[in-house]
Structure formats: structure tokens, C-alpha cells
Design a protein around this ligand. Structure first.
Ligand code: DSN
Length: 416
């Protein structure tokens, strides 16, 4: 028996059930992944016991002999992997990382310009319900109504009209590659700082399957737990001239002590992400997303922009006569887990929108290739074509479990 099992059966049992769920389901939530056992061990290590407000070499607590080294290793690995001048590895997650950028460079009432939330932007890019939309004058750009694509001329016009202090590029649900050179031109044209939130595609950048924003952006934020396949945490990468402002904004501006166990796990994940195996992984994520997208298009699904160039796709289910929520719940019952999602120009409410979002990072980690993605697309089509058919859901769920048994998930290989 493990200590946890002995000391707290209730939580132990729930964790075991979640392990079983992750092992036996096809997980298509675009922001999720499976971390390695090594990343989990670092996350669950004694580093969680240590306080270390400050930065390596300049802390407010003693006993930092090893913590300083851990943080320096994480910083150096991130700088090497992404080619960044400066990296801060302390943000607790993506939302605090984005807030730290605002705190570093702008004041309440200043203008920011980011992708609208219903069009694929993130809450912290200026959504009215978020602090980023309440404290700042948040303006947004939208996707083109006909193509579902970003229209850079429209963004330029909007930027020239509202003159943001920060122009934000990045998304949670845009299935195409971003043109960072165009974003740089737009930022320069309106005198804005260019911030890229690469949380979703950081792993693709690390693995060379997506262009890097580093040559173009002033500041880059990213979570570490999506396609990058690390622990739940975040980093801020920036040009040297902004290093001090960013560090001051993270601590003491926004946060107290960094989560050193997370920092260590980020370092481990960055080491993994700098291998040739990770390059293959990143390339396969994109191949898998394209295979799933092509299968769904062939079944008459309406993919926003018609397909994908990255790890995710967004589907408008209006032509299927099913809402996103009904589809997501039916698929969950069938062992295929994704999230319902607003689509651009959605006429439905965010809690019951018209679409679903799918991503290929997690299933690629467990070894799925194009063949398994096509099979998954066939199951998705069958379930959404008959969302009330619980017998079919049970049948697909059993088949999903059988397929998953042949593809052990990283970090869960020990489970029988
Ligand atoms: N909530 C995350 C996602 O699912 O994309 C973004 O932070």
C-alpha cells in the first residue's frame, strides 16, 4: 500500500479513478497532455516544502543552495530551447503570466488589443469578465466572417484606430499558424509592445513544428502544461531590455514564493522537449490533427477555417443539428473527451455554444498515429450523428478502451 492509500483512502481512491479515466479515454482537450513519470516525480518532490521569494542569488529566505541551482537550470534550458534572451520561470500559470506582462508595462485604463474570446482568444487577453477587461481598456480583433481566418489588414486598421500599448497575438482556439512578422509590423505601426501568448503551441515551437515568435515578440508568455508537456506552470520569455520589468512584475509585483517543485518539473520537461524524440512528437501532433480534421471534413463536419495547421480544430456543429454541449456529453459517455466551445460569430451562449474544440497533443503522447486518428474521427461521427443512442455510446466506449490498452499513456505505464 502507498502512504497516501493508508493515510487518506478517500483522496487516494479519487486519484486512482482519475488515473483509470486518463488511461482508458481518448483525451482530445486541446490544452491537455500526459506528462512523463519524471515530470511527475519532480512535481511531487520535497521542493514543495521550500520558500524562496526572490530570484537565484537574491532571495529573502536562507537555505537556497539547491533551489537556486534548480531555478537556474530551468531558466538556462528555456533560454537554450527557445533562443530567448531572458526567461522567468516563476509564474504560477498562464493567467498570472499574462497579468504580470500588463503589470510590467501598462497602467489601469491603458489600451490592450487582443483576439476576441469568442473568436479564439483567451480570457486574459481582455475579455470583459476578466481582470484584463475590467482594469484595462480592452479592444479586440475578430476572425474574418467568410474564411474564419485572421485578417491582418483588419487588425492593422483596428490597431491604428485604438493605438494599444500592448498588441496581443496568441489564442486558445485558432487552428492556423500565426504570422508573427505581420503582428510585429502592426505593433510597430501603432507603437505597441508585441506580446505573444504561445501557451497552446509552445510544444510545437519547441519541436520545430510551428514558427517561433521569439525573433518578433517583445514578450512571450506560455503555460508549460499544454503541448509543451510539462507540469502546470508558466514562463515569460522576453528581450533583455525588458528582463528587469518582467522580473519585478512577477515578484514582488504579483506573486510571493515560486513553486519550486513546479520549477524543477519545468526543467525536466524542457530537457525532454530538447530531444530529437520531441521533434518527432511535435511533427506527429500536426500530422495527427490533420488526419482527424480530414476525416471529419469527409463526414460533412464544418471545421472553422476548413482544417488545421497546428494541434487543434474547432468545429461548428450547426449543420449537424446538435449543440456543442450535447455533442461533448455524448462523446464523453463514449470515452472521447473534449470540450464544447464557442465558434466565431456564435449565436448561442458560451455555456451552451454551437461548437466543439479538439486537440491532438495528448493522444500523440500515447503514440496515436494517423490510423488511430481516422478511427477516432469515425467514432466521433457515429456518436454525433445519433447523440441520444446510449447503446452506441457504450459500444464505442468499450472499443475506445480496447484501443487505449495498446497505447500506454506516458506517466501511467505502471497501471495494469
Ligand atoms: N483553459 C485553457 C484552454 O483550455 O485552452 C487556456 O488557458
Amino acid at each position: 500500500m502507498t502512504t497516501l492509500e493508508l493515510k487518506d483512502t478517500e483522496i487516494f481512491d479519487l486519484i486512482k479513478q482519475e488515473e483509470y479515466r486518463q488511461k482508458n479515454k481518448i483525451r482530445l482537450i486541446a490544452s491537455e497532455n500526459y506528462v512523463s513519470r519524471a515530470v511527475m516525480e519532480a512535481t511531487g518532490s520535497v521542493l514543495t516544502n521550500k520558500y524562496s521569494e526572490g530570484y537565484p542569488g537574491k532571495r529573502y529566505y536562507e537555505g537556497q543552495q539547491f533551489i537556486d541551482q534548480v531555478e537556474n537550470v530551468a531558466i538556462q534550458r528555456a533560454k537554450d530551447l527557445f533562443g530567448a534572451d531572458h526567461v522567468n520561470v516563476q509564474p504560477y500559470s498562464g493567467s498570472p503570466a499574462n497579468l504580470a506582462v500588463y503589470l510590467a508595462f501598462i497602467n489601469p485604463g491603458d489600451t490592450i488589443l487582443g483576439m476576441a474570446l469568442p473568436h479564439g482568444g483567451h480570457l486574459t487577453h481582455g475579455a470583459k469578465v476578466s481582470i484584463s477587461g475590467k482594469y484595462f481598456n480592452a479592444e479586440s480583433y475578430s476572425l474574418d466572417k467568410e474564411t474564419g481566418l485572421l485578417n491582418y489588414d483588419t487588425i492593422l486598421n483596428k490597431a491604428l484606430a485604438c493605438r494599444p500599448k500592448i498588441l496581443i497575438a496568441g489564442h486558445s482556439a485558432y487552428p492556423r499558424i500565426l504570422d508573427f512578422a505581420r503582428f510585429r509590423e502592426i505593433a510597430d505601426a501603432c507603437g505597441a509592445l508585441l506580446m505573444v501568448d504561445m501557451a497552446h503551441f509552445a510544444g510545437l515551437v519547441a519541436g520545430g513544428a510551428h514558427p517561433s515568435p521569439v525573433p518578433y515578440a517583445d514578450v512571450i508568455t506560455t503555460t508549460t502544461h499544454k503541448s509543451l508537456r510539462g507540469p502546470r506552470g508558466a514562463m515569460i520569455l522576453c528581450k533583455q531590455e525588458y528582463a528587469q520589468a518582467i522580473d519585478k512584475a512577477v515578484f514582488p509585483g504579483l506573486q510571493g514564493g515560486p513553486h519550486n517543485n513546479t520549477t524543477a518539473a519545468i526543467a525536466v520537461a524542457l530537457k525532454e522537449a530538447s530531444t530529437d524524440a520531441f521533434k518527432l512528437y511535435a511533427a506527429q501532433i500536426v500530422k495527427n490533427a490533420k488526419a482527424l480534421a480530414a476525416t471529419l471534413v469527409s463526414k460533412g463536419f464544418n471545421l472553422v477555417t476548413g482544417g488545421t495547421d497546428n494541434h487543434l480544430m474547432l468545429i461548428d456543429l450547426t449543420n449537424k443539428g446538435v449543440t456543442g454541449k450535447i455533442a461533448a456529453k455524448a462523446l464523453d459517455a463514449a470515452g472521447i473527451v473534449l470540450n464544447y466551445n464557442a465558434v466565431p460569430y456564435d449565436t448561442r451562449k458560451p455555456f451552451d455554444p454551437s461548437g466543439i474544440r479538439l486537440g491532438s497533443a495528448a493522444v500523440t503522447s500515447r503514440g496515436f498515429q494517423e490510423e488511430q486518428m481516422v478511427q477516432t474521427g469515425e467514432w466521433i461521427n457515429a456518436i454525433i450523428s445519433d447523440p441520444g443512442n446510449t447503446a452506441l455510446q457504450a459500444e464505442v466506449s468499450a472499443a475506445v478502451e480496447k484501443l487505449c490498452a495498446s497505447f500506454p499513456a506516458p506517466g501511467l505505464e505502471h497501471l495494469v
